[in-house]
Every structure is written in C-alpha cells, then in structure tokens.
Design a protein around this ligand. Structure first.
Ligand code: M6P
Ligand code: ZN
Length: 191
C-alpha cells in the first residue's frame, strides 16, 4: 500500500442527480451574493446599486465531501443565476490556480461560457449541456451565464489547486462578456 503523509479518504460513491443537479452525500455549499463580487463588474456604480437593491445571489457552489487537499480530486456543481449588471453578464469571480494545475468543467443545463486568460491570450468556450471545457495549466478561468435560465456545470479539479482571486483582480480576464443583441458581446477587459 502506498504511504501518504496525509492519508487520503476512503473510496465512496457519490450520487449525481442530473435532474436536480445535486451531489450526495453533500459537502459544503458556498453562496456568493452581489456584495461578494466587489471590483469584478466594469460598472462599479451599477454593482453598488445592485448590492443596495437586495444584494441578490449570483451563484452557488455545491461540493461533494472530497476535501480540497493534495492528491484528492474534489468535485462541485456551480449554479449561476441569469442576470446582468449594466449589461455585463453574471459570472463567477474567476481565479487562477497558484500551482498552475488543470481542471475540467462539464456543462449540465442552461447556457454558459467559459472564459480563460493566461495573462496574454483570452479564450472563450461556449458551454452548452454536454460540453466538457478543458482548462489547461496556467489559464485563469471564469464562468458566465449567457442565457435566461440558471447555468449549471460540474467541476473536477486537483484538491491542492487552490483559488488565487488576487491574480484576476490584478491581471483581469482578457475579455468581459456583455449581453448583445445577437448573443454574447465580448469586449476588451480594460477600457
Ligand atoms: C467551480 C470550481 C470551483 C470554484 C467555483 C466558483 O465550481 O472551479 O473551484 O470555486 O467554480 O468559481 P470561483 O471560485 O471563481 O468563484
Ligand atoms: Zn479552478
């Protein structure tokens, strides 16, 4: 048997309920409201008004009980509500993995986009149910709801990957996604 400094958890089954987009047994659930997204929307005044006007839930992340620890492989289901703030589509905070590890997303329902940025290049993937979006090492990633219904996706990532949110605040995400007349309108991040 392999020896580990920190013993991994024992094998177990996780039930994925596709209709309700839940994992059971359940791990922690994270809820992010508008007030948790300071500095992320281009229009700061509009963000402030949205916080004052009910501080809506923008997205939630339900995890399985697999811990975020080295060598483990946690999963989570993220649900982003439909909406815009001064035209900018509702989105996750977005993060970089400090050790530049990869990650995969599987779109479950609704219509989304996966925006990735490596500091120079920006890439956009349309995420419709059944699409696996591959996030290569070194690409910061943000998910966006581009439709009128909640957008849900399953994420699987290395437990030691971490979440560097400061990287996104410092470098941006290359593009911003706005609701356009014919779908998503991708604009330069700064300016
Ligand atoms: C996915 C995974 C999680 C992440 C979540 C929300 O479920 O990538 O690790 O936490 O999306 O994204 P963020 O952390 O950028 O708010
Ligand atoms: Zn990640």
């Amino acid at each position: 048997m392999t020896e580990f400094a920190t013993p991994p958890i024992a094998p177990f089954a996780i039930r994925f309920d596709a209709e309700n987009a839940t994992l059971s047994p359940e791990g922690p659930t994270l809820v992010r409201r508008m007030s948790d997204l300071e500095g992320l929307f281009a229009d700061h005044d509009a963000w402030e008004r949205a916080v004052a006007d009910g501080d809506p839930v923008v997205y939630s992340v339900q995890s399985s009980p697999v811990p975020e620890a080295d060598r483990e492989l946690p999963q989570s289901i993220t649900t982003i509500q439909p909406g815009t703030t001064a035209g900018e589509l509702w989105m996750t905070k977005g993060h970089q993995h400090p050790n530049h590890q990869g990650e995969i997303y599987l779109a479950l329902s609704g219509a989304g986009g996966l925006l990735m940025f490596d500091g120079e290049r920006a890439e956009w993937l349309d995420m419709l149910p059944g699409t696996i979006g591959y996030i290569p090492p070194g690409w910061a990633h943000r998910s966006i709801n581009v439709g009128d219904d909640p957008y849900r996706f399953l994420a699987v990532y290395p437990g030691g990957a971490g979440h560097d949110y400061g990287w996104v605040l410092e470098h941006g995400m290359g593009r911003r996604a706005f609701a356009g007349a014919d779908g998503v309108d991708l604009r330069p991040f700064f300016g």
